[in-house]
Design a binder for this molecule. Structure first.
Ligand code: DSN
Length: 411
Protein backbone atom coordinates (compact mmCIF):
# COMPACT_ATOMS: atom_id res chain seq x y z
CA UNK A 1 0.00 0.00 0.00
CA UNK A 2 3.01 2.34 0.36
CA UNK A 3 2.72 3.65 -3.21
CA UNK A 4 -1.00 4.20 -2.89
CA UNK A 5 -0.59 5.96 0.45
CA UNK A 6 1.94 8.26 -1.23
CA UNK A 7 -0.13 8.93 -4.37
CA UNK A 8 -3.61 9.14 -2.87
CA UNK A 9 -3.87 8.94 0.92
CA UNK A 10 -7.65 9.44 0.78
CA UNK A 11 -8.12 6.43 -1.48
CA UNK A 12 -5.58 4.39 0.51
CA UNK A 13 -7.66 5.03 3.60
CA UNK A 14 -10.77 3.76 1.81
CA UNK A 15 -8.95 0.65 0.58
CA UNK A 16 -7.73 -0.10 4.10
CA UNK A 17 -11.22 0.52 5.46
CA UNK A 18 -12.61 -1.97 2.92
CA UNK A 19 -10.02 -4.55 3.99
CA UNK A 20 -11.07 -4.03 7.59
CA UNK A 21 -14.76 -4.22 6.66
CA UNK A 22 -14.20 -7.59 4.99
CA UNK A 23 -12.20 -8.89 7.97
CA UNK A 24 -14.67 -7.63 10.56
CA UNK A 25 -18.00 -8.59 9.02
CA UNK A 26 -19.65 -11.84 8.01
CA UNK A 27 -20.30 -11.94 4.27
CA UNK A 28 -23.47 -13.80 3.36
CA UNK A 29 -23.93 -12.15 -0.05
CA UNK A 30 -24.57 -15.10 -2.39
CA UNK A 31 -22.90 -13.27 -5.31
CA UNK A 32 -19.57 -12.73 -3.50
CA UNK A 33 -16.68 -14.68 -2.08
CA UNK A 34 -13.24 -14.20 -0.55
CA UNK A 35 -10.62 -14.81 -3.25
CA UNK A 36 -7.20 -16.24 -2.39
CA UNK A 37 -4.48 -13.59 -1.97
CA UNK A 38 -2.76 -14.83 -5.15
CA UNK A 39 -5.87 -13.74 -7.14
CA UNK A 40 -5.54 -10.23 -5.71
CA UNK A 41 -1.80 -10.27 -6.50
CA UNK A 42 -2.20 -11.30 -10.15
CA UNK A 43 -5.05 -8.81 -10.62
CA UNK A 44 -2.69 -5.97 -9.66
CA UNK A 45 0.27 -7.40 -11.61
CA UNK A 46 2.12 -6.23 -14.76
CA UNK A 47 -0.70 -7.69 -16.86
CA UNK A 48 -2.68 -4.54 -16.09
CA UNK A 49 -0.74 -2.63 -18.77
CA UNK A 50 -1.34 -4.55 -21.98
CA UNK A 51 -4.02 -3.58 -24.47
CA UNK A 52 -5.19 -6.66 -26.33
CA UNK A 53 -7.69 -6.91 -29.13
CA UNK A 54 -8.33 -10.11 -31.06
CA UNK A 55 -7.27 -13.57 -29.95
CA UNK A 56 -3.92 -15.32 -29.24
CA UNK A 57 -1.75 -15.22 -32.37
CA UNK A 58 -4.15 -12.77 -34.09
CA UNK A 59 -3.80 -9.49 -32.21
CA UNK A 60 -4.07 -5.89 -33.30
CA UNK A 61 -1.12 -4.64 -31.20
CA UNK A 62 2.46 -5.84 -30.81
CA UNK A 63 3.93 -7.07 -27.53
CA UNK A 64 1.39 -9.82 -26.84
CA UNK A 65 3.82 -12.70 -26.33
CA UNK A 66 3.05 -13.15 -22.63
CA UNK A 67 -0.66 -12.33 -22.69
CA UNK A 68 -1.12 -14.77 -25.58
CA UNK A 69 0.34 -17.49 -23.36
CA UNK A 70 -1.89 -16.43 -20.46
CA UNK A 71 -5.10 -16.49 -22.53
CA UNK A 72 -4.17 -19.84 -24.08
CA UNK A 73 -3.48 -21.24 -20.62
CA UNK A 74 -6.79 -19.95 -19.22
CA UNK A 75 -8.67 -21.54 -22.15
CA UNK A 76 -6.83 -24.86 -21.82
CA UNK A 77 -7.46 -25.06 -18.08
CA UNK A 78 -11.16 -24.11 -18.40
CA UNK A 79 -11.67 -26.73 -21.12
CA UNK A 80 -10.18 -29.36 -18.83
CA UNK A 81 -11.99 -28.20 -15.69
CA UNK A 82 -15.46 -28.00 -17.23
CA UNK A 83 -15.13 -30.55 -20.04
CA UNK A 84 -15.89 -27.85 -22.61
CA UNK A 85 -15.17 -28.01 -26.35
CA UNK A 86 -14.72 -24.25 -26.71
CA UNK A 87 -13.94 -21.49 -24.19
CA UNK A 88 -13.91 -17.71 -24.42
CA UNK A 89 -12.37 -15.99 -21.38
CA UNK A 90 -12.65 -12.40 -22.60
CA UNK A 91 -16.11 -11.23 -21.41
CA UNK A 92 -15.89 -8.38 -18.93
CA UNK A 93 -18.79 -9.77 -16.89
CA UNK A 94 -21.59 -12.30 -16.81
CA UNK A 95 -23.93 -9.86 -18.54
CA UNK A 96 -21.34 -9.28 -21.30
CA UNK A 97 -20.98 -13.03 -21.72
CA UNK A 98 -24.74 -13.46 -22.01
CA UNK A 99 -25.05 -10.60 -24.48
CA UNK A 100 -22.32 -12.08 -26.66
CA UNK A 101 -24.05 -15.48 -26.70
CA UNK A 102 -27.35 -13.86 -27.72
CA UNK A 103 -25.68 -11.89 -30.51
CA UNK A 104 -23.72 -14.95 -31.72
CA UNK A 105 -26.78 -16.84 -32.97
CA UNK A 106 -29.85 -14.58 -32.66
CA UNK A 107 -31.17 -11.81 -34.89
CA UNK A 108 -32.60 -8.63 -33.38
CA UNK A 109 -36.20 -9.31 -32.35
CA UNK A 110 -35.82 -13.10 -32.03
CA UNK A 111 -37.83 -14.75 -29.28
CA UNK A 112 -36.06 -16.09 -26.18
CA UNK A 113 -37.58 -17.94 -23.24
CA UNK A 114 -35.84 -17.40 -19.86
CA UNK A 115 -36.58 -17.37 -16.14
CA UNK A 116 -38.43 -14.35 -14.80
CA UNK A 117 -36.35 -12.08 -12.53
CA UNK A 118 -38.82 -12.04 -9.61
CA UNK A 119 -38.75 -15.84 -9.73
CA UNK A 120 -34.95 -16.03 -9.69
CA UNK A 121 -33.70 -15.08 -13.16
CA UNK A 122 -31.14 -12.36 -13.95
CA UNK A 123 -31.44 -8.87 -15.41
CA UNK A 124 -29.56 -10.02 -18.51
CA UNK A 125 -32.22 -12.70 -19.09
CA UNK A 126 -34.48 -10.14 -20.72
CA UNK A 127 -35.59 -7.94 -17.82
CA UNK A 128 -37.34 -4.82 -19.09
CA UNK A 129 -34.58 -2.58 -17.68
CA UNK A 130 -31.84 -4.49 -19.55
CA UNK A 131 -30.59 -3.93 -23.09
CA UNK A 132 -31.26 -7.64 -23.64
CA UNK A 133 -35.03 -7.00 -23.66
CA UNK A 134 -34.63 -4.05 -26.02
CA UNK A 135 -32.81 -6.23 -28.58
CA UNK A 136 -34.67 -9.51 -28.23
CA UNK A 137 -38.23 -10.57 -27.59
CA UNK A 138 -38.03 -12.27 -24.17
CA UNK A 139 -40.80 -14.27 -22.54
CA UNK A 140 -40.41 -15.70 -19.06
CA UNK A 141 -41.20 -18.86 -17.16
CA UNK A 142 -41.73 -18.95 -13.42
CA UNK A 143 -41.47 -21.19 -10.40
CA UNK A 144 -44.50 -22.86 -8.88
CA UNK A 145 -45.43 -20.48 -6.01
CA UNK A 146 -46.34 -23.42 -3.75
CA UNK A 147 -43.15 -25.45 -4.20
CA UNK A 148 -40.69 -22.72 -5.25
CA UNK A 149 -39.48 -25.12 -7.98
CA UNK A 150 -39.27 -24.45 -11.71
CA UNK A 151 -42.49 -25.53 -13.33
CA UNK A 152 -41.03 -27.62 -16.19
CA UNK A 153 -44.47 -28.36 -17.63
CA UNK A 154 -45.09 -24.60 -17.91
CA UNK A 155 -41.68 -24.27 -19.60
CA UNK A 156 -42.60 -27.01 -22.08
CA UNK A 157 -46.07 -25.57 -22.83
CA UNK A 158 -44.72 -22.05 -23.25
CA UNK A 159 -41.87 -23.27 -25.45
CA UNK A 160 -44.27 -25.16 -27.71
CA UNK A 161 -46.59 -22.20 -28.10
CA UNK A 162 -43.88 -19.53 -28.51
CA UNK A 163 -41.33 -21.55 -30.53
CA UNK A 164 -38.41 -19.45 -29.14
CA UNK A 165 -35.08 -19.43 -30.92
CA UNK A 166 -33.29 -19.87 -27.58
CA UNK A 167 -34.16 -21.17 -24.11
CA UNK A 168 -32.14 -19.92 -21.14
CA UNK A 169 -31.76 -21.81 -17.86
CA UNK A 170 -29.89 -20.59 -14.80
CA UNK A 171 -30.63 -18.06 -12.11
CA UNK A 172 -29.38 -15.50 -9.63
CA UNK A 173 -31.77 -16.55 -6.96
CA UNK A 174 -32.78 -20.20 -7.12
CA UNK A 175 -31.64 -22.59 -4.40
CA UNK A 176 -32.34 -25.87 -6.17
CA UNK A 177 -30.70 -27.97 -8.87
CA UNK A 178 -31.97 -27.40 -12.40
CA UNK A 179 -32.88 -30.35 -14.59
CA UNK A 180 -30.61 -29.42 -17.51
CA UNK A 181 -31.33 -32.65 -19.36
CA UNK A 182 -35.05 -31.95 -19.35
CA UNK A 183 -34.56 -28.29 -20.32
CA UNK A 184 -32.28 -29.40 -23.19
CA UNK A 185 -34.94 -31.88 -24.34
CA UNK A 186 -37.57 -29.11 -24.35
CA UNK A 187 -35.21 -26.88 -26.35
CA UNK A 188 -34.63 -29.70 -28.82
CA UNK A 189 -38.39 -30.34 -29.21
CA UNK A 190 -38.82 -26.75 -30.46
CA UNK A 191 -35.46 -26.52 -32.28
CA UNK A 192 -34.21 -23.82 -29.91
CA UNK A 193 -30.64 -23.19 -28.82
CA UNK A 194 -30.09 -23.99 -25.14
CA UNK A 195 -28.03 -21.68 -22.95
CA UNK A 196 -27.25 -22.07 -19.25
CA UNK A 197 -26.12 -19.15 -17.07
CA UNK A 198 -24.33 -20.86 -14.16
CA UNK A 199 -22.79 -17.66 -12.73
CA UNK A 200 -23.78 -18.40 -9.15
CA UNK A 201 -22.93 -22.07 -9.02
CA UNK A 202 -19.80 -22.30 -11.21
CA UNK A 203 -17.50 -23.15 -8.28
CA UNK A 204 -19.78 -25.97 -7.15
CA UNK A 205 -19.88 -27.29 -10.72
CA UNK A 206 -16.09 -26.97 -11.13
CA UNK A 207 -15.58 -28.99 -7.96
CA UNK A 208 -18.02 -31.66 -9.17
CA UNK A 209 -20.22 -31.36 -6.07
CA UNK A 210 -23.36 -30.57 -8.08
CA UNK A 211 -24.25 -31.62 -11.65
CA UNK A 212 -22.75 -29.75 -14.59
CA UNK A 213 -24.89 -28.30 -17.39
CA UNK A 214 -22.04 -28.30 -19.91
CA UNK A 215 -22.80 -31.58 -21.69
CA UNK A 216 -26.47 -30.60 -22.08
CA UNK A 217 -26.14 -27.02 -23.28
CA UNK A 218 -25.07 -25.31 -26.48
CA UNK A 219 -23.70 -22.41 -24.43
CA UNK A 220 -22.80 -22.07 -20.75
CA UNK A 221 -21.83 -18.72 -19.21
CA UNK A 222 -20.50 -17.88 -15.77
CA UNK A 223 -18.62 -15.37 -13.65
CA UNK A 224 -15.48 -16.07 -11.68
CA UNK A 225 -16.07 -14.23 -8.39
CA UNK A 226 -19.07 -15.94 -6.79
CA UNK A 227 -18.73 -19.59 -5.73
CA UNK A 228 -15.83 -19.74 -8.24
CA UNK A 229 -13.72 -17.62 -5.80
CA UNK A 230 -11.63 -15.89 -8.47
CA UNK A 231 -11.32 -12.36 -9.87
CA UNK A 232 -14.00 -10.41 -11.69
CA UNK A 233 -15.17 -11.20 -15.22
CA UNK A 234 -17.17 -13.65 -17.31
CA UNK A 235 -16.53 -16.79 -19.34
CA UNK A 236 -18.38 -18.55 -22.18
CA UNK A 237 -18.22 -22.31 -22.75
CA UNK A 238 -19.79 -23.66 -25.94
CA UNK A 239 -19.90 -26.46 -28.46
CA UNK A 240 -17.05 -26.07 -30.91
CA UNK A 241 -19.37 -25.46 -33.87
CA UNK A 242 -20.12 -22.04 -32.32
CA UNK A 243 -16.46 -21.05 -31.84
CA UNK A 244 -16.08 -18.49 -34.59
CA UNK A 245 -19.55 -16.96 -34.02
CA UNK A 246 -18.83 -16.52 -30.29
CA UNK A 247 -15.34 -15.16 -30.94
CA UNK A 248 -16.73 -12.48 -33.26
CA UNK A 249 -19.66 -11.69 -30.97
CA UNK A 250 -17.32 -11.04 -28.01
CA UNK A 251 -14.64 -9.16 -30.00
CA UNK A 252 -15.36 -6.97 -31.90
CA UNK A 253 -19.13 -7.52 -31.49
CA UNK A 254 -19.68 -6.55 -27.87
CA UNK A 255 -16.26 -5.53 -26.55
CA UNK A 256 -12.98 -3.90 -27.51
CA UNK A 257 -9.86 -4.78 -25.58
CA UNK A 258 -10.32 -7.16 -22.70
CA UNK A 259 -8.62 -6.97 -19.27
CA UNK A 260 -5.41 -8.99 -19.48
CA UNK A 261 -4.98 -8.93 -15.70
CA UNK A 262 -8.38 -10.59 -15.34
CA UNK A 263 -7.48 -13.20 -17.98
CA UNK A 264 -4.53 -14.06 -15.75
CA UNK A 265 -6.79 -14.24 -12.69
CA UNK A 266 -9.08 -16.59 -14.63
CA UNK A 267 -6.13 -18.83 -15.57
CA UNK A 268 -5.14 -18.91 -11.89
CA UNK A 269 -8.54 -19.77 -10.44
CA UNK A 270 -9.00 -22.56 -13.01
CA UNK A 271 -5.73 -24.08 -11.73
CA UNK A 272 -6.69 -23.63 -8.06
CA UNK A 273 -10.11 -25.15 -8.74
CA UNK A 274 -8.40 -28.46 -9.60
CA UNK A 275 -6.92 -28.66 -6.06
CA UNK A 276 -8.37 -30.61 -3.14
CA UNK A 277 -8.56 -27.45 -1.07
CA UNK A 278 -11.00 -25.84 -3.52
CA UNK A 279 -13.15 -28.98 -3.58
CA UNK A 280 -13.17 -29.03 0.23
CA UNK A 281 -14.37 -25.40 0.35
CA UNK A 282 -17.15 -26.18 -2.14
CA UNK A 283 -18.28 -29.22 -0.11
CA UNK A 284 -18.33 -27.03 2.98
CA UNK A 285 -20.29 -24.39 1.07
CA UNK A 286 -23.02 -26.95 0.32
CA UNK A 287 -23.08 -28.31 3.89
CA UNK A 288 -23.18 -24.82 5.41
CA UNK A 289 -26.11 -23.77 3.21
CA UNK A 290 -28.04 -26.92 4.10
CA UNK A 291 -27.42 -26.40 7.82
CA UNK A 292 -28.41 -22.75 7.54
CA UNK A 293 -31.62 -23.64 5.79
CA UNK A 294 -32.49 -26.33 8.38
CA UNK A 295 -31.77 -23.95 11.26
CA UNK A 296 -34.05 -21.27 9.79
CA UNK A 297 -36.82 -23.82 9.17
CA UNK A 298 -36.57 -24.95 12.80
CA UNK A 299 -37.07 -21.34 13.86
CA UNK A 300 -40.29 -21.04 11.86
CA UNK A 301 -38.95 -19.23 8.80
CA UNK A 302 -40.35 -19.77 5.32
CA UNK A 303 -37.38 -21.06 3.34
CA UNK A 304 -38.20 -20.89 -0.37
CA UNK A 305 -38.51 -24.42 -1.82
CA UNK A 306 -38.12 -25.81 1.72
CA UNK A 307 -34.34 -26.05 1.54
CA UNK A 308 -31.34 -25.77 -0.73
CA UNK A 309 -29.17 -27.81 -3.08
CA UNK A 310 -26.56 -25.09 -3.62
CA UNK A 311 -24.98 -22.16 -1.75
CA UNK A 312 -28.17 -20.10 -1.49
CA UNK A 313 -30.84 -19.89 1.17
CA UNK A 314 -33.78 -17.69 0.22
CA UNK A 315 -36.23 -16.70 2.91
CA UNK A 316 -39.69 -15.16 2.64
CA UNK A 317 -40.03 -12.98 5.75
CA UNK A 318 -43.76 -12.29 5.35
CA UNK A 319 -44.74 -14.41 8.38
CA UNK A 320 -42.04 -12.73 10.48
CA UNK A 321 -43.51 -9.32 9.70
CA UNK A 322 -40.18 -7.69 8.83
CA UNK A 323 -39.54 -6.26 5.34
CA UNK A 324 -36.42 -7.45 3.53
CA UNK A 325 -34.86 -4.00 3.62
CA UNK A 326 -35.31 -3.60 7.40
CA UNK A 327 -33.73 -7.03 7.91
CA UNK A 328 -30.82 -6.13 5.62
CA UNK A 329 -30.16 -2.86 7.47
CA UNK A 330 -30.52 -4.30 10.98
CA UNK A 331 -28.17 -7.17 10.14
CA UNK A 332 -25.61 -4.86 8.53
CA UNK A 333 -25.62 -2.80 11.75
CA UNK A 334 -24.31 -5.88 13.63
CA UNK A 335 -21.82 -6.85 10.92
CA UNK A 336 -23.81 -9.51 9.06
CA UNK A 337 -23.98 -8.59 5.36
CA UNK A 338 -26.89 -10.02 3.38
CA UNK A 339 -29.14 -8.73 0.63
CA UNK A 340 -32.87 -8.15 0.55
CA UNK A 341 -34.44 -10.14 -2.23
CA UNK A 342 -37.65 -10.46 -4.12
CA UNK A 343 -39.37 -13.80 -3.53
CA UNK A 344 -41.72 -15.62 -5.93
CA UNK A 345 -45.15 -13.96 -6.02
CA UNK A 346 -43.80 -11.24 -3.72
CA UNK A 347 -46.64 -9.42 -1.95
CA UNK A 348 -44.46 -6.43 -1.00
CA UNK A 349 -45.01 -3.02 -2.62
CA UNK A 350 -42.53 -2.13 -5.40
CA UNK A 351 -39.13 -1.52 -3.78
CA UNK A 352 -40.26 -3.21 -0.55
CA UNK A 353 -39.32 -6.79 -1.18
CA UNK A 354 -40.42 -9.46 1.27
CA UNK A 355 -37.37 -11.68 1.37
CA UNK A 356 -33.66 -12.05 1.94
CA UNK A 357 -31.04 -14.13 0.11
CA UNK A 358 -28.12 -15.68 1.98
CA UNK A 359 -25.05 -17.36 0.49
CA UNK A 360 -22.62 -19.69 2.23
CA UNK A 361 -19.58 -19.23 -0.07
CA UNK A 362 -17.59 -16.59 1.83
CA UNK A 363 -18.05 -18.05 5.32
CA UNK A 364 -16.92 -21.42 3.94
CA UNK A 365 -13.82 -19.82 2.39
CA UNK A 366 -13.01 -18.52 5.91
CA UNK A 367 -13.24 -22.08 7.26
CA UNK A 368 -16.50 -21.72 9.19
CA UNK A 369 -18.64 -24.82 9.69
CA UNK A 370 -21.85 -25.99 11.32
CA UNK A 371 -21.18 -24.52 14.80
CA UNK A 372 -20.61 -21.11 13.31
CA UNK A 373 -23.69 -21.44 11.08
CA UNK A 374 -25.81 -22.25 14.14
CA UNK A 375 -24.53 -19.16 15.94
CA UNK A 376 -25.11 -16.96 12.89
CA UNK A 377 -28.69 -18.15 12.46
CA UNK A 378 -29.38 -17.60 16.17
CA UNK A 379 -28.03 -14.04 15.96
CA UNK A 380 -29.88 -13.27 12.72
CA UNK A 381 -33.11 -14.60 14.24
CA UNK A 382 -32.73 -12.40 17.36
CA UNK A 383 -31.96 -9.31 15.29
CA UNK A 384 -34.82 -9.86 12.83
CA UNK A 385 -37.23 -10.39 15.76
CA UNK A 386 -36.13 -7.10 17.39
CA UNK A 387 -34.52 -4.97 14.66
CA UNK A 388 -34.70 -1.73 16.68
CA UNK A 389 -33.30 -3.08 19.99
CA UNK A 390 -29.98 -1.23 20.33
CA UNK A 391 -28.79 -3.13 23.44
CA UNK A 392 -29.31 -6.41 21.58
CA UNK A 393 -27.52 -5.02 18.52
CA UNK A 394 -24.52 -4.03 20.69
CA UNK A 395 -24.29 -7.50 22.20
CA UNK A 396 -24.69 -9.36 18.88
CA UNK A 397 -22.30 -6.94 17.16
CA UNK A 398 -19.59 -7.86 19.69
CA UNK A 399 -20.24 -11.60 19.18
CA UNK A 400 -20.05 -11.20 15.38
CA UNK A 401 -16.73 -9.35 15.65
CA UNK A 402 -15.27 -12.05 17.92
CA UNK A 403 -16.31 -14.71 15.39
CA UNK A 404 -14.66 -12.74 12.58
CA UNK A 405 -11.42 -12.56 14.59
CA UNK A 406 -11.50 -16.35 15.05
CA UNK A 407 -11.83 -16.88 11.26
CA UNK A 408 -9.67 -14.29 9.47
CA UNK A 409 -10.02 -13.82 5.71
CA UNK A 410 -7.08 -15.40 3.86
CA UNK A 411 -5.44 -16.58 7.10
N1 DSN B 1 -26.51 -11.23 -10.33
C1 DSN B 1 -26.25 -10.40 -9.19
C2 DSN B 1 -26.57 -11.14 -7.93
O1 DSN B 1 -26.85 -12.32 -7.98
O2 DSN B 1 -26.55 -10.53 -6.85
C3 DSN B 1 -24.83 -9.91 -9.19
O3 DSN B 1 -23.92 -10.83 -9.67
Amino acid sequence: MQNLIHDDPQLAELALAEEQRLQNTINLIAAENHSPQSILDITGSAFNTKTIEGYPGKRFHAGCVNVDSVETLAIKRAKHLFGAEYVNVQPHSGSSANLAVYFSVLEIGDTVLAMSLPHGGHLSHGHKASITSKCFNFSHYEVNPQTGLIDYEQVRKTAHSLRPKMIVAGASSYPRLIDYKLMAEIAKEVSAYFMVDMAHIAGLVAAGVIPSPVAHSDFTTFTCYKTMMGGRGGVILARKEFASRINSAVFPGCQGTTAANLLAAKALIFKLAMDDLFVAVQKKTLANARNMSRAFLTRGYTVISGGTDNHQVIIDLTNKKIPGKTAEQALEAVGIIINRNVVPADAGKPGQVSGIRLGSGAISARGMGSDEVDKLVEWMDCIMARPHDTALADRVGRDVLALCHDFPVNA
